[in-house]
Structure formats: structure tokens, C-alpha cells
Design a protein around this ligand. Structure first.
Ligand code: SAM
Length: 293
């Protein structure tokens, strides 16, 4: 099953696309992290692909470093915002495509998936299809960066029970086009058997006098909660080897307190053999293979 909120015939409405950059959380060190990876690439031949790039929030900043940059997304309204923010750049291209099944005529040194986008894929098949498409688009030695949410079990427990469907206020944003304030709420609802956390958001555009000018809602949008071992298994099944797992964009380790997971993986030369969890690797006994007879 694919995410119904992001079907190509059900695009994210234009005003949500317009307000996206105002609404997205600020992940400390995020852009500097991507810049460090991008700055290691060959400035002439290096290239970066962002899957599910949305409004180009990250893509355009990567492109500012000078390397060839491509962003794909399933939502044309999001891509329109991305393109409007890159009119001064000649090295970035936006393409409407599904991250589960894209076919571009080039390979990249770096593929990135910022902003938890990968969690919008709801089934193992969709996730594997996406990772397989990514693998086919990586140059030898190329890397994939997957930014996922680290699940907070206490919070998930609450939104599966007592707080299920309860609307919480979110910070008010300003519509960049009208200058009006837009008040927002979000309500989450977690379904443990499917590891799906769905959110419904409401938006209310208000005048300076506080009158409602516009009101709309969106959702429920299902998001798949991925746990660390699950991510590692998925990457292994799709032919990746985990290079490192960070718990924040300052490259700290994943701990119980980490709110993020940033996976850096390379195409495995051992094809389908999963690698041990990076945090557990040091605790594993060393396995020495028997010499061939
Ligand atoms: C949370 S936004 C993240 C955007 C961007 N990566 C960022 O960090 O700002 C998720 C994006 O995923 C896109 N998306 C969802 N499903 C997709 C799919 N199957 N293929 C491509 N893009 C998809 C949506 O249109 C949306 O722009």
C-alpha cells in the first residue's frame, strides 16, 4: 500500500506546499551535515540526488555548493515551490517521480532522504522498492543518507491510548504570500500492529483582527515508524552496508535520548548479507571463517 496522502492524483494542496518551509522542524546542524558530505565530492563530476525532496528546502542548499543536484518528488505543488526557490541556480533539476520506482538516466555519488520522507512508505515492499531504485542510481562507492525519526516509546504509547486523536496546538506560522498568521493543530494516532502513526492537521488563517479567513484540514496521513533493527534489516535486504548510524546531525552516537536516526550506507559488495547493528558490533563475538579445505 502506498501513502494515500501522496498519490500523484491527490497532490499536497498548494497552500500546504507554500507553508511547508515555515512548518518543518528545525533540526540543529542538519544543513551543515549535508554540506560536509557534499563538499567531499568532486566539484566537477560530483552529483547528488534527493528523493522526496519536497519544496527543495535541503536540495537548493546542496545545489548552492555547486555540484549537480537533482530532486525528485511525487507532488507537483511541492516541486513548484522548489523550482521557484532555485531560479538563480543552473545546476539543479526537479523531476516529478515516485521514490519507489524512478528511472533517471544518470548515477549519483550521494543520494539523500532528509526530513523523514522515507517513513511515508508504509510497507516493506514499498521500502525495498525505494531502496532498490536508489541502489541502481548510485555510482560505485556512492552513499545513501536516510534521515529517520527515532521512535519515542512513551509518546507512541500515549498516542496509541490516552492521547489518541487529541489535537495539540503547533506554533503559528506566517503565510509568505499573504503575510497572514496561520494557526495549526495536530492530532496523532498510533496503531501498534502496523507501526503506523497517523496525523491529522488543521490550519486556520486569521486576519490581524483575529477573524477566520480560511480553514482547512489534512489527513489522516499515515507514517510508518521504523525501529533501528528494522532499518538495518531493510538496508541489508536492499544490498546496502551500514557505514555509520548517528543520533543527531552533529554526528553523535544513537542513544536512548536521541530524537533522530541518520543512517549512512554504501552499496554492499556482499550483496544481500546484512551487517551487524553499528551499536552492537563491538559487543559481538568475532567470527572467523574456516579456511577452505
Ligand atoms: C515531509 S516532506 C519532506 C520533504 C524534504 N525531504 C524535506 O526534508 O524538506 C515529504 C515529501 O515526500 C514526498 N513523497 C511522499 N511519497 C512520495 C513518493 N512515493 N515518491 C516521491 N515523493 C514522495 C511528499 O510529496 C513530500 O514532499
Amino acid at each position: 500500500m502506498s501513502n494515500p496522502d501522496y498519490q500523484s492524483d491527490n497532490p499536497v494542496p498548494e497552500r500546504i506546499a507554500r507553508l511547508y518551509d515555515e512548518s518543518v522542524p528545525d533540526w540543529p546542524g542538519e544543513i551543515a551535515f549535508y554540506n560536509r558530505l557534499v563538499d567531499r565530492l568532486d566539484p566537477v563530476d560530483g552529483s547528488v540526488l534527493e528523493i522526496a525532496c519536497g519544496t527543495g528546502r535541503v536540495t537548493n542548499q546542496i545545489a548552492e555548493r555547486g555540484v549537480r543536484t537533482v530532486g525528485i518528488d511525487i507532488s507537483q505543488p511541492m516541486l513548484d515551490v522548489a523550482a521557484s526557490g532555485s531560479t538563480h541556480l543552473t545546476n539543479v533539476e526537479y523531476i516529478c517521480a515516485d521514490m519507489r520506482s524512478f528511472g533517471l538516466r544518470e548515477k549519483f555519488d550521494l543520494v539523500v532522504s532528509p526530513g523523514h520522507s522515507f517513513m511515508l512508505l508504509l510497507t516493506p515492499q514499498d521500502q525495498l522498492d525505494c531502496l532498490t531504485s536508489v541502489r541502481k542510481h548510485l555510482k560505485p562507492g556512492g552513499r545513501l543518507v536516510l534521515h529517520l525519526d527515532q521512535q519515542n516509546i512513551d509518546w507512541l504509547g500515549r498516542v496509541a491510548t490516552v492521547d489518541k486523536g487529541r489535537a495539540e496546538p503547533l506554533p503559528t506560522v506566517t503565510d509568505p504570500e499573504t503575510g497572514n498568521s496561520v494557526e495549526r493543530t495536530i492530532a496523532w494516532s498510533y496503531d501498534p500492529p502496523t507501526q503506523t502513526n497517523s496525523f491529522t492537521s488543521t490550519w486556520r488563517e486569521v486576519s490581524e483582527a483575529g477573524e477566520t479567513l480560511n480553514e482547512w484540514s489534512r489527513g489522516p496521513v499515515p507514517v510508518h515508524c521504523i525501529f533501528p533493527s528494522e532499518a538495518e534489516h531493510l538496508l541489508g535486504r536492499a544490498g546496502f552496508e551500514v557505514e555509520v548510524l548517528y543520533g543527531d546531525f552533529d554526528e553523535g552516537p544513537l542513544t536512548a535520548e536521541s530524537e533522530e536516526m541518520i543512517w549512512v550506507a554504501r552499496v554492499s559488495d556482499r550483496a544481500t548479507r546484512p551487517t551487524p547493528h553499528p551499536l552492537c558490533a563491538s559487543q559481538l563475538p568475532t567470527i572467523t571463517s574456516a579456511a577452505p579445505a
